[in-house]
Design a protein around this ligand. Structure first.
Ligand SMILES: [Zn+2]
Length: 347
């Protein structure tokens, strides 16, 4: 029961029913009625406990004071604290603490269950010629079921769809990757799309990226994208395995094999990385393609989406794992490789 805007706890002192403030624990002097206003109640609370402030003017016991005059307090009246009120206040406080603790735990659980992107190594390390990693495809498959990457010695392109890791080779063929193969660079996620966007007209690659951009709520997140559909003028590349000593990617990519498919059905897998991730991944979109029969594919240089829909997953969490090997340790990652990235990625 409340008699004013301030919470009041009612109990008994002997046979007399009394109220006390749930906030201050002070007995409320009701003067024979419980119908008090909030300001009156506050006045009484203050009046009985000078630590809370001076008496307010206009109420019983108030003392008029000119500006600059020192405050004159009435003799302090003994506050009447009802034990039942204290117990009730304690229970209320404990309940509030419990609710806050549960809310905080729920918030953390939501953040931890949101999609994450697993990244192995960095784009700049690959550009510098660190073509050998330690992570096997079997290990990588435990990190996600959709993504892109490459293989040791820069041997072709990786496309992961539905938990199957495909190996697109320089001769244009595609095979299921050997679980013992290793990767120097990969981006994978457990794909749980939250958006499904249908393309209403044919979209060349640049237009497709702008079309997607206009539908992404937050450009500063990572996104994983899967587009199923009909495509035309698909141009993909893959690079043949390199021999040591490795040359930088800006040199090696000149030897890439390019394969063109005028019309095809297939799956386009993309990772969109925000601008601040420069050096770790390709800024903007990085696409790999697989034909519907999983016989051809590679890193996308050009294409047009004729018809299809895009499934999109926004990613707030990133798990970056760096190789602890000689190739990564000696890769020069001190310089700005933006221009190299543009050339190598066909941007
Ligand atoms: Zn690629």
């Amino acid at each position: 029961m409340e008699c004013c805007a301030t919470p009041v706890v009612w109990g008994f002192a002997g046979s007399e029913q009394v109220g006390c403030c749930a906030l201050t624990g002070l007995r409320i002097e009701t003067g024979g009625t419980r119908r008090q206003t909030a300001s009156q109640h506050l006045f009484f609370a203050r009046h009985q406990n000078p630590d809370l402030g001076l008496s307010a003017p206009g109420f019983p016991g108030a003392q008029k004071r000119e500006l600059g005059q020192p405050a004159v307090l009435e003799p302090r009246k003994k506050a009447i604290v009802n034990p039942a009120c204290i117990a009730k206040r304690l229970r209320t406080a404990l309940l509030i603490i419990a609710v806050l603790a549960v809310s905080a735990a729920c918030g953390r659980a939501n953040a931890q269950s949101s999609p994450s992107l697993y990244i192995y190594s960095t784009l700049d390390a690959l550009l510098a010629g660190a073509y050998d990693g330690d992570l096997t495809i079997r290990e990588l498959s435990g990190k996600g079921d959709l993504g892109i990457g490459t293989f040791n010695r820069l041997d072709g392109e990786m496309v992961a769809v539905d938990g199957v890791f495909y190996h697109a080779k320089a001769d244009g063929s595609v095979v299921v990757a050997d679980p013992q193969d290793r990767t120097p660079l990969a981006y994978v996620t457990r794909f749980h799309p939250t958006q499904n966007i249908k393309a209403e007209s044919a979209l060349p690659l640049a237009k497709l990226e702008r079309w997607l951009d206009s539908r992404l709520a937050n450009p500063n997140l990572f996104y994983a994208i899967r587009i199923e559909g009909e495509f035309r003028d698909v141009s993909v590349r893959a690079i043949a395995p390199q021999m040591k000593p490795y040359k930088p990617l800006a040199e090696v990519f000149k030897t890439q094999s390019v394969h063109d498919y005028p019309t095809t059905r297939g799956t386009l897998i993309g990772i969109r990385s925000p601008a601040f991730s420069k050096g770790i991944s390709v800024q903007g979109y990085h696409w790999h393609y697989l034909t519907a029969d999983r016989q051809h594919g590679g890193h996308v240089l050009a294409l047009t989406l004729v018809a299809g829909s895009a499934m999109v997953e926004a990613i707030q969490r990133v798990n970056l794992e760096l190789p602890d090997n000689e190739a990564f340790a000696h890769a020069d990652q001190t310089k700005d490789r933006s221009e190299e990235t543009r050339r190598v990625e066909g941007k």
